[in-house]
Design a protein. Structure first.
Length: 584
């Protein structure tokens, strides 16, 4: 680590932090006092926790299946769980657990929700809401998104624990920015309190869950860095805070062999004697087609075959989470969830025929590389942080530094291939998103350079940001614009409409591109229209991503591109369309 890097790290160190141990004690006391109401699933299963169920099934060579669901209303969500249970009773296709995915507003304290664009799914507000879902069916509920990791962590986690959520998360989301929640220190203190609540339930096998694809690793170039970062998170959660920790990943990975190798490596370094180290493996979503949805079964089922065989061989206790074929175009319905789980069970029926044909030696070799190099990455981070004066025994200080750090810089400073060399990263096992994003940028640049007058964009200043917490869109967009010689100002993720225009005004920029994903596009566009008129300024605002939302009494998201266009914001389906719009 050179002097410039050392000074950069020192600039991230917070001043006058509250005493983290006092916060942890407060959270621990709250956790100890929580009386858990057993979920309907566990009441009738004979297991005391989802962890015990996973370990028992794994020992028997059985698969644990999990789904993810976030419907429009709390009533829809309850009925969705009931539908999946009815489907199981009819077909034998049992789903063991469901990740409950509420609206992002759930992760924001009630008093700070004013003017925050609403997404597509329901909001968890009252303690009864968590209980309603945990008692809705024999599918065990796990409350993940917008709990630990959010700006409303302790309130949500307390209710999740009371509702018997064995896995609470998602810890990696603590690096996200939440609208109207600008006090990072206060937010992270609240997360520390929530983690300590889970620590108080250690003996009852409650776990702090994380999802790598939602955190800093989504920027990494190497899967070894993924593993090393998971070890860093476990160090914070388990070593320093005394809570159980488990890791999940997968949505942003398209190559099954390195994905399975990462799973086995993470399981090896994170597992405990009485707890799996990996909570679930998510299906690949980046290879999905949007023009022929049924074709997505081909991608999904080939991946599922190897995952099923892996779990039967290694018995890690992981849950497999297959994603519906409609994921790329709309929020999955209960029917879509049931369909993909039925397909997964048919794959499982035939999997034994392939067992002896699969050579796992290549996978194990990649696993071993990831474990060795990922461990070095983790150790390099701790050593480097300590050298820079960061208190590596203070979980709050570590979280603040990680919240503030540039994820690319984190990997570049401590990756084993270049630590002390000053050269470029040489990935041991390249990440799918890094490989695909760079390839996508290059492909788009080649196409748009053929546009008439494309040279006019050189030195144009454009503000690029995300209206929610997803980073992939702005990563690709910024890469393309930089390749065209555009001066890109990145506004970051989770930007509110007023912040968007504030940054534009500060930078004296009138061209803005907003990426959205969580169904808040129309509301966001309306607020931009109102704020622009209020300021008496004219902006050229483009919006891309997933342009859908709940309209009227509809329960499923609809395309809102035409409605967005009426606000004066220009909807764009592709980056190419955005570039063409800039040239008009």
């Amino acid at each position: 680590m050179n002097q410039i890097e050392k000074e950069y790290l020192q600039s991230l160190i917070p001043k006058d932090l509250p005493n983290w141990q006092d916060i942890a004690k407060e959270g621990y006391a709250i956790g100890k006092a929580i009386k858990v109401i057993p979920s309907l699933a566990l009441k009738n299963s004979g297991y005391k926790s989802e962890v015990d169920m996973r370990l028992d099934k794994a020992a028997q060579g059985k698969i644990t299946w999990r789904t993810i669901m976030g419907l429009a209303t709390l009533k829809d969500q309850k009925e969705g769980l009931e539908y999946l249970e009815e489907f199981a009773n009819k077909t034998g296709v049992v789903i063991d657990a469901a990740m409950i995915i509420p609206n992002m507003l759930t992760g924001i304290p009630d008093e700070k929700r004013k003017n925050v664009p609403k997404g597509t799914s329901f909001i968890l507000e009252n303690p009864e809401d968590w209980q309603l879902l945990s008692q809705a069916s024999h599918i065990h509920t796990a409350f993940c998104d917008f709990h630990i990791g959010s700006a409303n962590a302790s309130f949500n986690t307390e209710n999740a624990l009371k509702a018997d959520s064995s896995y609470s998360g998602i810890f990696s989301q603590f690096v996200w920015d939440y609208p109207n929640c600008n006090d990072d220190i206060a937010n992270l203190c609240d997360n520390l309190k929530a983690i300590s609540m889970v620590a108080a339930k250690y003996d009852e096998k409650f776990v702090v869950d994380t999802y790598m694809d939602d955190g800093l690793p989504s920027y990494f170039l190497d899967l070894a860095s993924f593993l090393g970062y998971a070890k860093l998170e476990k160090y914070i959660v388990s070593t320093l805070c005394g809570a159980r920790y488990a890791c999940s990943f997968g949505q942003l990975m398209d190559e099954t062999v390195p994905k399975v190798a990462l799973w086995l490596g993470l399981s090896q370094v994170l597992k405990e004697k009485d707890q799996p180290g990996v909570s679930f493996v998510f299906s690949n979503c980046i290879d999905h087609w949007d023009h022929d949805l049924e074709a997505n079964y081909g991608v999904l089922c080939t991946e599922l075959l190897l995952e099923i065989l892996t779990e039967k061989k290694y018995k890690t206790g992981v849950s497999i989470l297959p994603i519906p074929i409609t994921e790329k175009v709309a929020v999955p319905t209960p029917e879509g969830i049931a369909n993909i789980h039925a397909a997964a069970r048919r794959v499982e029926e035939k999997a034994e025929e392939w067992r002896d044909l699969i050579d796992f030696s290549k996978i194990e070799k990649i696993r071993d590389i990831l474990v060795v190099q990922g461990t070095k990455f983790f150790e390099n981070i701790l050593d480097g942080f300590k050298t820079a004066g960061i208190d590596i025994e203070n979980p709050l200080e570590l979280m603040v530094v990680l919240k503030r750090i540039n994820p690319g810089a984190l990997e570049e400073m401590f990756h084993p291939s270049l630590c002390h060399s000053g050269d470029h990263i040489k990935p041991y096992v390249p990440t799918s998103m890094a490989r695909r994003s760079m390839a996508e940028c290059e492909e788009i640049i080649v196409k748009v350079k053929k546009f008439p007058d494309i040279e006019k964009l050189k030195n144009t200043e454009i503000l690029v940001l995300s209206g929610d917490v997803h980073r992939y869109g702005i990563f690709v967009l910024s890469g393309v614009l930089n390749g065209l010689g555009v001066k890109v100002v990145e506004g970051g993720v989770g930007m509110e409409p007023v912040e968007t225009l504030d940054i534009a005004d500060e930078e004296n920029i009138t061209k803005i591109c907003v990426s959205v994903h969580n169904g808040q596009g129309l509301d966001y566009a309306k607020q931009l229209e109102y704020l622009g008129k209020d300021r008496g300024k004219e902006y050229s605002i483009y919006m891309g991503g997933k342009l859908n939302g709940i309209i009227g009494e509809e329960s499923e998201p609809q395309d809102v591109s035409a409605l967005i266009a009426k606000t004066g914001v220009i909807p764009c389906e592709t980056v190419e369309e955005f570039i063409a719009g800039l040239l008009e």
